[in-house]
Design a protein around this ligand. Structure first.
Ligand code: GLY
Length: 357
């Protein structure tokens, strides 16, 4: 099957290449000037990273940096470990970093590439659904500190993002479904064809081998590419990508990051839909559609009602809040996101009661 190239515009434009076997393009996407390559990967991808090194070995000097799984990768000690490899192997500004893993790996790899010698070439190769449709696209890179997530980082555009659907063959089903939360988010905020495809046949659309799966992935990437192309540094329209994320981030924090991101934003999207309805913007049917679609993907749509005070105080600290005023992405209709600034606590609580159990 052919590959699809989705361009991302901006000061440093790049391509997102989607298809089966597109990892074979990595050498060409690294470009003719690069001599050394650092592949940053989690332990679970050790064998695949070693195979990648073999495949690149005739054109490049390749080093592997095995980093911890998930959020544990996003620590300054892990970034320092990568910088040490780059220093000890004399990486120059014309060498390159490859992020090969889920969203945490690509966030870290991006941060390492952005900071080494003030920026070296970066190619992202996401291996999870959420990484493919969200984290690896748009140039957000960063690490966490003891005080919070993503507090240190930069916007740094990759030279290319390779979305190789073959890499999903071994992804556990629950991880794949969690990643689907970001895909349906793109449906709710603009690409409504995604919602139609989920409703038409949920088993088919969640089968990575199906044409429908590829279609929804491409639609979600296309939406993200357009949004970040318009607002790279997150000062305007990019905020719509946070649909469901204000409450979702608070749930992740309250659950000490034991919940998958997709599960937390699933509850967050139902909350945002209820808030939209109570603000007089969205119909009952549209809210029901949220629940139906998320339920069909086995994603959670409710959360304990007694946790509201904790969630509200965490949301007030959310870095997306401007000053102390809370901002939520809500919908005027399915596919029509807008910002709701400073809703009354009573309205928020009423929306939460509709989510709470
Ligand atoms: N994940 C939201 C963004 O990239 O802006």
């Amino acid at each position: 099957m052919t590959t699809t190239v989705i361009p991302v515009s901006g000061a440093d434009p790049y391509d997102v290449v989607v298809g089966r076997g597109v990892l074979a393009e990595l050498a060409d996407r690294l470009g003719p000037r690069v001599r050394k390559v650092l592949v940053v990967h989690p332990p679970t991808l050790g064998a695949r990273a070693a195979a990648l090194r073999e495949a690149l070995a005739d054109r490049f000097e390749v080093y592997l940096a095995e980093v911890p799984d998930a959020e544990d990768a996003k620590r300054v000690e892990v970034a320092a470990f990568c910088w040490q490899i780059l220093g000890q192997t004399d990486f120059t500004r014309s060498d390159a970093v490859v992020g090969f893993g889920g969203g945490s790996t690509t966030d870290l790899a991006g941060f390492v590439a952005a900071t080494w010698l003030r920026g070296v070439r970066l190619v992202q190769v996401p291996t999870s659904v959420a990484g493919m449709v969200d984290a690896a696209i748009g140039g957000k890179t960063g690490i966490n500190t003891a005080e919070g997530k993503n507090l240190v980082g930069s916007f740094y555009a990759p030279a290319a993002v390779l979305v190789d659907l073959d890499l999903l063959d071994t992804l556990p089903r629950n991880e794949l479904l969690a990643g689907f939360a970001e895909i349906v988010k793109c449906g709710f905020i603009g690409e409504t064809e995604i919602l139609d495809l989920v409703e038409a046949d949920v088993d088919r659309v969640t089968d990575p081998a199906s044409d429908e799966f590829r279609r929804v992935v491409e639609l979600a990437i296309g939406l993200k590419a357009r949004v970040v192309g318009e607002d790279f540094t997150d000062l305007g329209v990019r905020e719509i990508l946070n649909y469901g994320h204000t409450l979702g981030h608070a749930i992740e924090y309250a659950e000490r990051y034991r919940w998958r991101h997709g599960a937390a934003i699933s509850v967050g999207m139902v909350f945002a839909a209820e808030l939209s309805r109570l603000a007089g913007r969205l119909s009952d049917d549209a809210v029901d559609r949220h629940r139906r679609i998320l339920d069909s993907l086995s994603l959670p749509t409710d959360y304990p009602v007694g946790r509201w005070d904790t969630l509200l105080s965490v949301m007030r600290r959310d870095k997306k809040a401007r000053g102390s005023v809370l901002r939520f992405i809500v919908l005027d209709a399915i596919g029509k996101p807008t910002v709701l600034t400073g809703p009354e606590d009573a309205l928020l609580f009423a929306a939460y009661q509709d989510v709470g159990v």
